[in-house]
Design a protein around this ligand. Sequence first.
Ligand code: NCD
Length: 307
Amino acid sequence: MMWLNRDIVSIGDFSVDEIMEIIDKANKMVQYASSGHPERPLSGKIVATLFYEPSTRTRLSFESAAMRMGARVLGFGSLEGSSVAKGETLSDTIRIVNSYSDAIVLRHPAEGAARLASEFADVPVINAGDGAGQHPTQALLDIFTVWKESGPVNGKSIGFVGDLKYGRTVHSLSKALSMFDVSLYFISPEELKIPKHIKKDIEKRVPVRETKNLEDVIEELDVLYVTRIQKERFPDIEEYKKVAGIYVIRPSLISRGKKNLIIMHPLPRVDEIPPEIDHLPQARYFKQASYGVPVRMAILDLILRGE
Ligand code: NCD
């Protein structure tokens, strides 16, 4: 498979075999994720992280992954300290950073920003979230989490609950899962339903059920993927207030689920998962966040060294 210098813009750019190749490689990286790869295979490389939107896990796990592989890192995590604050366009910034680095990890509020950036850069561009669009590396670490914590992806019933309209992690992960043999459940209020074009595409490959009530489907799920209502994406705060706090996962609900149910969340959480859930054996969201490092080590190695 051709990995060297490949852009990672959308999860739809990958085949199931390629996803499994990343999973396999990430699994080998787990042993090095806290100590560093002994061979430092990416020494001499520079990874740029340009974050035009807030981030904790995605930026820091990319930077940790790069450093664990022996690469060095530059970039910005907020706009105040960069020339973006002076009005520089994305394409100009990308053209410049292209000559300072070997790969660019970009998060931006506009859908399509990563695709645009990839047209201005010779080095590979990795989409770390483009508005309500896509978040492909999150989908890869989410699939890795399912595989690691719950076993083979094929045969699973996976339920997404919360903001399915604006949640980019849902858009990427549901698309990725639909390439496997799974059943998908979309649980949301009317206002936050999964966009029609995404649902239509997914339904071509796997069974899909939509409902407002998590209670109706909890017993069928192997994986419950909880999401934050994406306050910052609402055009009108009054619309947000109508749906804020609409789903809160309670232990009594979880106790009705399958014995091996796992609960995932890309984080940050607001109030949808109260702390009392953290102690349950089903809670895997902190484990999930920790897998960001080995999965991104694998991704960086593949696109910077080709293997
Ligand atoms: C998510 C994101 O930025 O889309 N966070 C993440 O990358 N782990 C989810 C969110 O912000 O709700």
